[in-house]
Ligand binder design. Structure first.
Ligand code: FES
Length: 140
């Protein structure tokens, strides 16, 4: 199905490169134990706006954020630090984010929990377009 944006390919490549780090992340899965910030501390350029298709999402493993675009073209962004135990979510299937630690699933379009053990939605981040580029965070 062609519903997945071209950015998904980049996501897969980044996911493969991050695999060893995920294994190490299992030991730091308890809340507050990870060194990964929950949100960007400065604005992050996530690439060309055109890379996020309507109805699509782009998971950025480098900055632990996901950007999604609704059918009306508006953008939303969320921190992909799992609200269950703080693991960085590293998989995006369609519009579903999957945490590698205990299998929580989140909706990339809304941040809502789709599957436990997480019960708290992902943290929404400010997102804007500057000169055709998607810029996310920091949270104010
Ligand atoms: Fe437990 Fe994500 S840290 S499901």
């Amino acid at each position: 199905m062609s519903g997945r944006p071209a950015a998904s390919r980049r996501t897969v490549l980044r996911g493969a490169a991050a695999a060893p780090a995920v294994g190490m992340g299992l030991t730091a899965c308890s809340p507050g134990a990870g060194a990964v910030p929950a949100t960007p501390t400065a604005p992050v350029d996530l690439g060309a706006e055109s890379e996020v298709a309507k109805g699509g999402a782009d998971l950025n493993l480098d900055h632990n954020v996901v950007v999604s675009r609704s059918a009306d073209g508006s953008l939303k962004a969320f921190s992909t630090i799992c609200t269950h135990g703080g693991c960085p979510v590293n998989e995006l299937e369609g519009s579903t984010l999957i945490c590698p630690c205990h299998g929580s699933k989140f909706d990339a379009a809304t941040g809502e929990v789709l599957h436990r053990p997480a019960t708290v939605p992902l943290s929404e981040l400010p997102v804007r377009v500057e000169n055709g580029r998607v810029v996310v965070g920091p949270r104010t």
